[in-house]
Design a protein around this ligand. Structure first.
Ligand code: FAD
Length: 289
């Protein structure tokens, strides 16, 4: 099923993101974790793609397995920046042949010191145009950044380039994680003002351990509100308490997003079925499950 169709359904829902294993040895345990998350019947699941293509094979295997075994619609991520046109074309064909209808079209991060990497693509917009031109009828998602992409020269330029991606044929956008919902609401207003009218799915990352925070900041550069930092300060050294507090904080964010008119929130569940289950449990009456 296409995510664009799912998003037309106005009942409240959660989707979950998982990431594929980096090595063969962790394949079975990660596959089991993703299956456990799929068994919770999210609206869809996204499977990330390693920059540089390291885990590309597993992205497809995990996405196909979830779709076939649990009938959960899947979104296969695909990056282009360090790949050749030939490799990307092959990945697109593999995704199509696996019966996956949704692709998250990304540039990917530019690897450090990779002077000899292929330079066939510079920006995600080129991949989006290629996907649209393929005529395969994919539902295509793109990334957006409520706090501005770290490499962007300005907020205005970032929105201009986002509009280019939308005009190239995106069906929906998913945001980078944020910890202050007002940043999302402000971004949505700027996007709508710029003529971006496709659905924008907010992405929420439950922070369940103190050392996850540093990684989250490095990855996203997200602003951490005082209320969030106080919670980490107080509970960061107690793993069980931090997990409970982090899940409560993410739950709170999701409730506020639903109350403000959002219908689907994407949860960066990081292959943690217990976290996904706890959030669904906290929202059981709200989601009607
Ligand atoms: P783009 O949209 O190409 O934007 C990149 C930068 O270039 C921005 O600063 C933009 O303003 C600028 N830009 C765009 N077009 C132009 C232009 N014509 N001229 C000048 N500047 C321009 N990474 C992975 O490796 N694997 C994943 O699975 C993955 N999943 C993600 C999922 C989500 C929801 C998000 C938000 C990010 C994800 N990422 C993933 C990270 C992403 O690959 C990086 O943030 C990457 O640096 C940018 O990718 P993009 O698709 O947003 O790039």
């Amino acid at each position: 099923m296409k995510i664009s169709e799912i998003l037309k359904n106005k009942s409240l829902s959660l989707s979950f993101e998982v990431f594929p294993p980096k090595t063969d040895s962790s394949f079975e345990s990660i596959k089991a974790a993703t299956e456990e998350i799929a068994s919770l019947s999210p609206s869809f699941m996204s499977v990330t793609y390693g920059a540089g293509g390291g885990t590309s094979r597993y992205t497809l295997e995990i996405a196909k397995n979830i779709k076939e075994k649990y009938s959960v619609p899947t979104l296969a991520h695909l990056t282009c920046v360090s790949s050749t046109r030939e490799t990307v074309r092959q990945r697109i064909a593999d995704i199509r042949d696996a019966g996956i209808e949704n692709i998250m079209a990304l540039r990917g991060d530019i690897p450090d010191g990779a002077s000899d990497m292929p330079r066939d693509y510079r920006y995600a917009v080129e991949l989006i145009r290629e996907l649209r031109a393929s005529g395969d009828g994919f539902c295509i998602g793109g990334a957006c950044y409520p706090e501005v992409h770290p490499e962007s020269v300005s907020e205005e330029q970032d929105i201009i380039h986002l509009r280019e991606k939308v005009d190239a044929g995106l069906d929906f956008l998913t945001t980078q994680m944020f910890f202050d919902n007002d940043l999302f609401y402000g971004f949505l207003e700027r996007a709508r003002d710029a003529g971006i009218n496709i659905p924008v799915i907010p992405g929420v990352m439950p922070i369940t351990s103190a050392n996850q925070i540093e990684r989250a900041i490095t990855l996203s550069g997200s602003y951490m509100p005082r209320r969030f930092l106080a919670l980490v300060d107080k509970f960061g050294s107690d793993p069980a308490a931090m997990k409970q507090a982090g899940i409560a904080y993410a739950t709170d964010q999701i409730i506020d997003l639903f109350a403000s008119g959002v219908t689907n929130v994407h949860v960066y569940s990081m292959n943690k079925p217990d976290v996904a289950r706890a959030i669904l449990h906290n929202l059981s009456d709200i989601l009607g499950k």
